[in-house]
Every structure is written in C-alpha cells, then in structure tokens.
Write a protein that binds this ligand. Sequence first.
Ligand code: PEP
Ligand code: MG
Length: 756
Amino acid sequence: MFSQLRQIVEQFGEASTLSDAMNLLVQQTKSTMILDCCSIFVTNQETQKLTLMASEGLDSQVVGATHFNLDEGIVGLVYQKGEPINLVNVSEHPQFKYLPSSNEEQFNSFLGVPIIHKRQVLGVLVAQQRTPRLYNELEESFLVTLAVHLGSVLGGTLLDLPDETESKSRSLHLQGSPASSGISINKAHVLQAHLLLSDVGIELSEDPDNEMISFSNAVQSCADEFSKVSITLKEQVSKDAFMLFDVYGHLLQDKALLSAIEVQIRQEKLTAKSAVKRVSETYIEQFESMSDPYLRERAVEIRDVGQRLLYHLSNRDDEQQDFPDEIILVAEEVTISMLAMVPPDKLKGIVSVRGGLSSHIAILSRTLGIPAVLGVPLRLKSIAQKNIIINGYAGTIIIEPEDSLVAEYQILLDEENEMKALVELEANQAAVTKDGCEVELLLNTGLNSTPDVFSEHNFSGIGLYRSELPFMLSNAFPTEQEQVSTYKSLFDQYQNLPVTMRTLDIGGDKQLSYFPINEENPFLGWRGIRLTLDHPEIFLIQIRAMLRASIETQNLRIMLPMVGSVGEVEESKRLIEQAWQEVCWEQALSHEQFPLPDIGVMIEVPSAIFIIDQLAPLVDFLSIGTNDLTQYLLAVDRNNSRVADLFDSYHPAVLQAMRMILEQSEKNNIEVSICGELAGDPIGLLMLLGLGYRKLSMNAFNINKVKYLLNKITVSELQACTEVALKGHDGAFIKQTFIDYLDEKGLGGFVRAGKK
Ligand code: PEP
Ligand code: MG
C-alpha cells in the first residue's frame, strides 16, 4: 500500500486542475486501500460549511451539492476535534447525520482524517467500507499522510466552492507577500503577454537573412521601448533602482544571448520567433532550476524580454492600451515591461500571482511607493475588472469587497493620505521630541532605494548603504574602477554628510548570478563578512574602491555585516588598513591628508551581543541590524511565509536584547545606532526611544513619518511605557502597550493603516 503512496502524491501534484486532482486522489485511494468509498469535504469559510467536493463511492449527484455545518455529523466532529475518527459502525454514533440520496446507508466503517494547513482545518478526507471494522494503524497513517499533502495544496489554492445558499458575503480574502506597503481600492486591470514563448512552435525558414533583419529590428524596437520608459522612470526612482531597468538594456546587448539566437536562425534555419523561443527557454530552464531567488529572477527577465521580442516580431503596431484613470495592475507575473506600459500616474497598486519579496518588481514598487502584494494564489479570470482592495502592509487582497469593507478601508486610506499630507507639511522640522530630546535620523539606501528627489535636509547622513545591488546587477564581480564610480556618485551626492557603506553582504537571500552558492542552510552559512574574508581579493577591491571614491569628500564610514567574533573584526581591520596604506601611497596622500575612515560592525548575529566588551575597543561604532537579529534570535527565517507570523519584532527577547546592547554600548562608551526596519516602524520607534536609542537609520519613506511622530511624543512617557513593555510576556502585549500610547495622543492612525 505504501509503495502506492508516492505515486498518488505525484499524480495528485501533476493534475491540471484541483478538481481533477481531488477526483484522482479519491479514485486511487479507494483502490489502493480497497475501500468502498473515499470522499473529500472542503471547508468553506464564507458559508461556514463543509462541502463534499469529490467522492468515489457516494452518488455523483450529491458531489458539490452536499454541505454540513461545521459541527454537524461525524465529518463535522472530525473538523471540530482536528484529529482522526475511526468507527466500526458510523451510524451508531450519536452525532451521525445521514446524507440523503447519497447511498451512504450501505457503508458501516468510517475513518475521517482532518486536512490541516497552518493550524486551520481546511477539510476532511473520509474512507468508508461496507464491512463493519476498525481501520488499522497503517491504514490510518496512510490516510493521514495523504491528508497532509492535500492540506498543503489546498492551503495555497483558490477554490471554486459551490454555494448551497446565497453566500453571506461575496468578498474573497487572499494572502500573499507584503511587497510594498500602502492601501489601494481600485479596479483590477489584468495584463497578459500578447504572445507567450510557449505559444510559439518551432518552424523553419527559407530566408535566414530576412529573419536576421526582422530579429535585429525587434531588438532595436525593444531597446527603444525600454529607453523610453527609462527616461520617465529616471526622475522617479533612485540610481540604484534605476539599474534594474538597465538589466533589460544589458540583456538586449548580451553577446552570448544574441549570438545564440543568431546561430539558431543561420545554422539551424529557424524563424526568428522560433529561435527566440528556443534560446530563451533554454536560458529560463537553467535559471529556474536554481534554488536561490535572485538567480530565478533572471529567468523572469529573460522571459519578459523574450516575449517582448516576440511581440515586436509579430509586427503588431505599438499598442496604445487605454487605461482607466486609476488601476491596480494584476498579472501572472508583473514584469518590468508591463510597468512600462502603464502610465505612472494611473498605477495605484500591483498584484502578482508569482514573485517574492526580493523580486525586482518588489524592489521597484517600494521605490515607487506603490502598494504591492505578490505571490497571491489567484486565477486571473476571476479578478479581471473586479473591485479589489490591496493591503500592502499585511500582504492581503480582497476581491469584490462588500460596501462595509470598502468603507472601512476608505477610512484607512483617507487616514493614510491625511497623515501623508500632515507629515509632508512638517517635513522640514527638526527631529526633536516634544520634551526636547534630539534624535539623529539617517537614511538607509542601496537595495531598498531612495528617490533622488528626497531632500537632504531631512536626515543627517546615510546610516546604511547596502552595497550588494551593483554586484547583483553585474555579470561578473564589478571592477575596482566600476565600483569607484558607483560609490563616488553617492559620496558626491551627500558630500557634507557621513555615508556609512556596508561591505558586501551576499549569501543568505542575496545571491550573485555569477557566484552561486548552494547550501542547505544559507542563512546560517557562507554570508556577509564570512564570505568576503575567505575571498580577501573581493574584500580588498571593494575597500580600495570605497576609499578611492571618498578621497575628495572624506565622508566614508565602513561597516562590516554579519560579524560574530573578534577574529573577524581583527582580520577585516588588517585588510582595511592594508588597502588604506596602498591608496595613500598610490595617491601620494599622507595619513593626515587622508585619515583612516571610521570602522563599525553590525550587531545582527546574537553572539555579537555578548562580546561588545571585546568588540568596542576595536571599532568606532556599532549599528544594529534588527532584521537579521530578530531572525537569528527567534530562529525564524525572515523570508519564509510559513513562519511569517512568528517573525515578531516586538518579541520580549528582541526588546531585552535591544536593552542589553544599549547598556553594553554605553558601558563601553561606543556609538550605537539602529539600521534595521524596526527603526522606521512606529511601534519600533517608540520602543527604541523608550529604551534610550537616539540614532536611527531608516528607509526614505519612513523618515518624515518618524519626524512627525517625534514632534508629538515625549521621551519621559515612553520610558514609562517601555518599563511596562519590558514586563510583557509576549509581543502582542508589548505592541498593544505602544498602540495605546499612540491612541492616547490621537496618533493611532499610524498603526491602523498597517492593520492586518
Ligand atoms: C538587518 O539585518 O537588519 C539589516 C539592516 O541588514 P539587511 O536587511 O540588509 O540584512
Ligand atoms: Mg542584515
């Protein structure tokens, strides 16, 4: 029996629709377990019923038309108890409820197993036989295993559940990843590629020269198209984020890609379309098979460019799609070329079936300040032209929301807009609390990108420059000179302010296509300083580039990521000093003319907290990376949606750790700041101020909001709240303590807009 299990699971996964998959599962389970009946009931949360969705054994008329209340019958009992129920004779059970017209009366034995995903009972899998008997342990374990598989599939799928009555509410709530915060209430506008790579067949041509001409023209049209978008977007996004668009330019000039297509046209005699299909699909397959998200992202770009080339090869006139005034763009995979098609002032939200938090579309939507939810289990047909709400804070979307929900979200949206206006109004005020406590606000830039238009008066320096992006967008490690010019533009842009540059922090979730690292446990593996110390040549080139780029402005501070031991700092300092000596010598600068920049470490690996006494004498500053620190303290992967609700930034352990770091830093008389997301989060801000932190680095979009809040709150009150919070047993209590404080001050809107 167990030898069949794998086959059933595999075939179940391969079925083209969920309903086919369920039918297949009941058929195969029935024959493998030699049952007389096997059925699947699925929970409908809207109607609060269990609906019979598939059965092999019950009358087919009742499938889709039979509904139990959640506490009705033995199926309801399995639902309520959340555990298997094994009965010799089901009809003798006091809670038995007969299913009319189902032929159920012929069955006696009953084994019902709950189908569970993320603690929620999504349905019940039932085995029945005529013979009255108890199912044995092996049979029970077989059915439980199948139910677990069924649970993970049902948990990520949108179901068409038949209603037996008019449903109480027609709105449908779906969960995705919160890629960019904000709320939007608008009509969904579904975009699909005109011609998919998979739509094109392999055809031969008799005129390769002509095909080559068509292909070159298509490449040119694509390049023109992207450069047109680039010009519009250049004004809206930072230089770093803008480089994402440049990837397309690079792809369209990529010699390997272009000559592979040419070989297909000239030597294999394929039509230009077929050649584009064949080469793109080969590349896509290679990248898609890679396990890390950044490399898979290249597959998305190649597909996007390939399909755009097909579009131009189809000789279609440039489509002038008419977009209504405001839309939420929805697609299977929202791509950069789709963004290019929608006029920026009309784009009010993004929903994508595919894509994760580190996808390029996620980075861009954050930069553009457009609410976005990615990875939503959605059928495009079911959403086209429907009203939807996006909650980019919680990563949820609501399709066809009822009026009351629209009204509720409209209030949140109005509050959000009001707050934005208020916040803008006070943007140039000093970052001081109501009781006169000055707080230093700095900017995080690099991967999370900052609009160039952002006023310099609003912050006192760059607290974290994530140097990974130029490395990620390159086809090989960028040369020293390339790095010098990237960094120099940043030093020049902020020439009167300190710029804290973090050395390369790849590994974990940040990967380079030309330097793949395959590890079982990448977040605990070769990342950050561990990797660059193992490759001193990469580290030295980067440090030399940072130093050379900052000779004129002398505003560089160097920060080391993922430090967990004193030895790492000693070795890094030795290399930094070596690079500095070289640069001084090459540029004929004395040490007085070009002093060694300040060096700091990130406190984001828990071990670092306990060795601050030893680290402090070696460096000039500490900066806390609360994103990683939370992930490592709580042992919760920051990018894993399965455990997203355990990633609790207000967990008492996080609060205690923050208190300890501050105490240790004060004792050692060393500067300490925060550069993780917590600093820009309203609750996190209050918590950190209450603890005593006075130097915070955050994303551009949070700076004005934080300033506004600072002006309305008093540190002495926050200290009292923090005392209460420090006694809390869980994150919810700690969070609520500060929400109550904000509510008291009439500032509750700042957390309500982020409601789950
Ligand atoms: C952090 O871990 O908090 C941090 C600021 O670094 P990153 O998010 O880039 O890992
Ligand atoms: Mg980090």
